[in-house]
Design a protein around this ligand. Structure first.
Ligand SMILES: [Zn+2]
Length: 270
């Protein structure tokens, strides 16, 4: 891919930084991405994309894109967790995105050219941002990049579908364990800055139900709750508690590459 071509052929006016977005203190020239999609690319392709990636910090609650947006940019998530929520007053969390993925362009690959749902920071973090024109050109010019984004988009779509079934078929405790494992995979931090109220919102249950489930998991020694953060203590037990949806969705993401997640499955054959 030709860097000059990328610079000169964009037709859209690049969007300015959104409210709450600030450049993260990263040396763009020497960028080593934590984002799994970018890190999976061959070095020469990553080198051609680097000039078009801009680091930003993303506080909790920041909306990255809204349903119906036709002007979008791509956020390759470096840290934190983004939730895809649908609905107005009674929002439902349809999917989450962390270091394993991206928001914006890859989901637009599903067709229509419009963003579906609202993507909002659930756990504060950072991302590398690419504007839409450069993303489109990279997809056209670089087969490896396009293939990666297509496989990612399929995995993301599976997550949305599985969440739909999960909400109908599995208990709040099973679903809590599943969301917590996903957050642990997506952040790969010791403690996830996710309050019990956020857990309830992800489950679509009243806060009292979310609190009760989180307390049971803590009493069982699976997690540790602190003000505004949850630490996973026992992945093996959490995997045993989680519904099958966790493994189904993870399987599709692991098609993106061996060792796609730092966290190995504690139980291989269940
Ligand atoms: Zn489930």
């Amino acid at each position: 891919m030709n860097a000059n071509k990328l610079n000169n052929s964009g037709r859209e006016v690049p969007l300015a930084f959104g409210v709450g977005e600030k450049a993260a203190p990263t040396d763009r020239a020497g960028l080593t991405p934590r984002n799994r999609l970018l890190a999976s690319l061959p070095q020469e392709i990553l080198a051609s994309l680097r000039p078009h990636l801009r680091p930003v910090r993303l506080p909790r609650g920041r909306v990255l894109c809204e349903a119906g947006d036709s002007r979008w940019r791509v956020y390759f998530v470096e840290s934190g967790v983004v939730s895809l929520v649908t609905g107005d007053r009674a929002s439902v969390t349809a999917a989450t995105v962390g270091r394993e993925g991206a928001v914006g362009g890859p989901t637009v690959l599903l067709g229509g050219g419009l963003v579906c749902g609202r993507y909002q920071m659930l756990v504060p973090g950072s991302a590398l941002v690419m504007e839409a024109p450069q993303f489109r050109i990279a997809l056209q010019d670089t087969l490896d990049f396009r293939s990666l984004c297509e496989v990612y988009t399929q995995a993301f779509f599976v997550q949305v579908l599985q969440n739909l079934a999960c909400g109908k078929l599995h208990t709040a405790e099973q679903r809590s364990a599943r969301w917590l494992l996903m957050c642990d995979d997506q952040t790969e931090d010791d403690a996830c800055e996710l309050g019990a109220d956020s857990l309830a919102a992800m489950l679509g249950v009243p806060p009292s139900v979310g609190d009760a489930v989180a307390s049971r998991l803590q009493e069982g020694g699976l997690i540790h709750l602190r003000q505004g953060s949850i630490t996973v203590l026992d992945r093996r037990q959490l995997e045993a508690t989680a519904c099958v949806c966790y493994r189904i969705v993870r399987h599709y993401y692991e098609r993106l590459g061996d060792h796609y997640y730092d966290r190995p499955l504690a139980q291989k054959n269940t």
